[in-house]
Design a protein around this ligand. Structure first.
Ligand code: ZN
Length: 267
């Protein structure tokens, strides 16, 4: 083989290495710029904070112009003897947990639901806010958990207020499996959770219309805020605070919305 031929082969191999080696890098660089419907960035302070959400994107208009926004300060509730306990049917789900840049979220497997007004809304996910977004007569709790149940034409959110107290076994399982990287969902092999383990024994609630508390702030959300708070230990609350020291939207005007309060005896 001549030197010239060896050089030609060497150059060919180099060209292949460059081509294959550089292809993924080029794709990785191009991907974010060309990704369709890239959601605008939003946060809880500064130029991307809640008072600016409505201006960040046309699809966020509800955050500014909506008249039935959440969260609200829950006061002046009317006791309604016709309000029955929520028909909650929660089944175990394999643990899928993600730090999505706004909160820690647990995606829930199909097969769990709440039934309201004859319609069954599947539980899709639950997540955390610190401090609680909701206020009860001006008082915030340490945190709140939002259990989100969705149909294409509406949603039911069950809110669990959290006070500092005893260690919560389910939260312990969640925090032991927190993802190391933001944005990457951790599917935990062999770990199953049941959201029913979070619910308080007394299921009396406040009920009112509202919205999602994050952009795009869509309305048509039927809120059920459990009157009895649940407990997490101070250490467990501190773990969340390390990720999200403050991820609560400020209180929104009630605009004359009726707030109902259930008053049934717990069996
Ligand atoms: Zn929420």
């Amino acid at each position: 083989m001549s030197d010239r031929m060896k050089l030609a082969i060497l150059l060919g191999v180099l060209a292949m290495l460059v081509a294959f080696g550089s292809a993924p890098a080029a794709f990785a660089q191009a991907a974010p710029a060309t990704a369709p419907s890239h959601a605008p960035h939003w946060g809880y302070s500064g130029a991307d904070g809640p008072s600016h959400w409505g201006d960040l994107d046309p699809s966020f208009a509800n955050c500014k112009t909506g008249k039935r926004q959440s969260p609200i300060d829950i006061k002046g509730a009317k006791k309604d003897a016709t309000l029955a306990p929520l028909q909650i049917d929660y089944q175990p789900s394999p643990l899928k947990i993600v730090d999505n840049g706004h909160t820690i979220k647990i995606d829930y497997a199909a097969g769990s639901s709440v039934t309201v007004g004859g319609k069954t809304y599947p539980l899709t996910q639950f997540h955390f806010h610190k401090p609680s977004e909701e206020e009860i007569a001006g008082k915030k709790y340490a945190m709140v958990i939002h259990l989100v149940h969705e149909l294409p034409d509406g949603a039911v959110v069950v809110a669990l207020l959290v006070k500092s107290g005893g260690e919560n076994p389910l939260i312990q399982t969640l925090w032991a499996n927190l993802p190391k990287t933001e944005g990457k969902e951790n599917e935990v092999a062999g770990v199953t959770i049941n959201a029913a383990d979070l619910l308080p024994a007394d299921r009396n609630y406040y009920n009112f219309d509202g919205s999602l508390t994050i952009p795009p702030c869509g309305e048509g959300v039927n809120w059920f805020v459990m009157k009895t708070p649940i407990e997490m230990s101070a250490a467990q609350i501190a773990v969340f605070a390390k990720h999200y020291p403050m991820n609560a939207r400020p209180i929104q005007p009630t605009n004359g919305r009726e707030i109902k309060e259930s008053d049934f005896k717990t069996p």
